[in-house]
Design a protein around this ligand. Structure first.
Ligand code: NAD
Length: 338
């Protein structure tokens, strides 16, 4: 029977990389009945609708799992990020962002294999901001709750245990942010005692950034609050070839929305040059999540082989193939594996 999933192609490069990914999923032979929603973000607002129309939330709540392209967020003004709204409304508290070296890709390191676990619903993204016009002062509240910290840190430990990973690093700034980062760190230390087989350490965020750009091979699972996790995952994407190759997932207790780390890339949108690797790897994570392990493995292995052989790669990773040429080549490889 076909899987019933929700599809949000998004805007900017979203529709291009989504089309490429659908072609690859089809080549893997997975039968999916997609509930597609193209009206989201700015194009929803232009039609007089909320940036995150309620039929999208309803669809994901009903179907449980979605594949999502990036959605542009206006800077400084306009509507609240659709991405943040989705994560908060669907309580997708774990943002899982792997960064793995791809053999064949010329990067400063060739042995990176780590995962960022970013708390996805609170911290500086809580949306609690004030502007005092009389005093010209802006405030933003970085709310950390015991429940919120506990569930993301536990998710990280559980994931590490289930996937044979051995080391968890908790990134914080508890020396300065004694209450918020302090709470997150205290809870991390308490939970670490429940997982004696997993090595635990904590690291101050600025030092961790320096360590990551010098010795990334020393890291395995890294858990942090929302903003630190966001910044860390772009940094680690840069270590392994950039935003064009790094996948991601937003996971809650019941629902999951799979989306790459990258945004809508307005600088290259509509040119058929975007790299669909991040989105296809994101789709592979989704396929694993819905029990289609064989198809997920076929996609991952075909991608790795393509990079190893260095053929049909896109511009951002040193090739000259278009988005659609990449999708055709990858689909052919996947089809020959399943
Ligand atoms: P971005 O990720 O869109 O782009 C950063 C750089 O990476 C650009 O030079 C872009 O060309 C390049 N890049 C990104 N993805 C690529 C790909 N697949 N192939 C090749 N090159 C790629 O980040 P940004 O410019 O800061 O953000 C643009 C918009 O996207 C903003 O409105 C932002 O709010 C939004 N955004 C959305 C999401 C999401 O929907 N989950 C995530 C991040 C940013």
């Amino acid at each position: 029977m076909a899987h019933q999933l929700t599809l949000l192609p998004g805007d900017g490069i979203g529709p291009e990389v989504t089309e490429a990914t659908l072609q690859v999923i089809e080549a893997a032979g997975v039968d999916i009945d997609w509930d597609r929603h193209r009206v989201i973000g700015a194009n929803a607002v232009e039609r007089g609708r909320p940036a995150l129309p309620s039929d999208i939330v309803d669809s994901i709540q009903e179907r449980g799992t979605a594949l999502k392209g990036p959605v542009t967020t206006p800077v400084g003004q306009g509507f609240t990020s659709v991405n943040v709204q989705l994560r908060q409304r669907l309580d997708l508290y774990s943002n899982v962002r792997p960064a793995t070296s791809l053999e064949g890709l010329d990067t400063p390191f060739d042995d990176v294999d780590l995962i960022i676990f970013r708390e996805n619903t609170e911290g500086l993204y809580s949306g609690i901001e004030y502007y005092d016009e009389r005093l010209d002062i802006a405030d933003s509240i970085a709310r950390v709750t015991k429940r919120g910290a506990e569930r993301i840190i536990r998710f990280c430990f559980e994931y590490a245990q289930a996937h044979g990973r051995e080391h968890v690093t908790l990134a914080h700034k508890a020396n300065i942010l004694k209450k918020t980062s302090g709470l997150f760190l205290d809870i991390g230390r308490d939970l670490a005692a429940e997982y004696p087989d997993i090595e635990f350490e904590d690291s101050i965020i600025d030092n961790l950034c320096m360590q990551l750009v010098t010795n990334p091979e020393n890291y395995d699972c890294i858990v942090s609050t929302n903003l630190f996790g966001d910044i860390l995952s772009d940094l680690t994407a840069g270590l392994v070839g950039g935003l064009g190759v790094t996948p991601g997932a937003n996971i809650g207790d019941e629902l999951a929305v799979f989306e790459a780390v990258h945004g809508s890339a307005p600088d290259i949108a509509g040119q058929n040059v975007a790299n669909p690797t991040a989105m296809t790897r994101t789709a592979a994570m989704m396929l694993q999540h819905i029990g289609e392990d064989e198809a997920a493995a076929a996609i991952e292995q075909s991608l790795f082989a393509m990079y190893r052989d260095g053929d049909t790669l896109t511009q951002d990773v040193g090739g000259d193939a278009s988005t659609s040429e990449f999708a055709d080549a990858l689909s052919d490889r996947v089809a020959s594996k399943v």
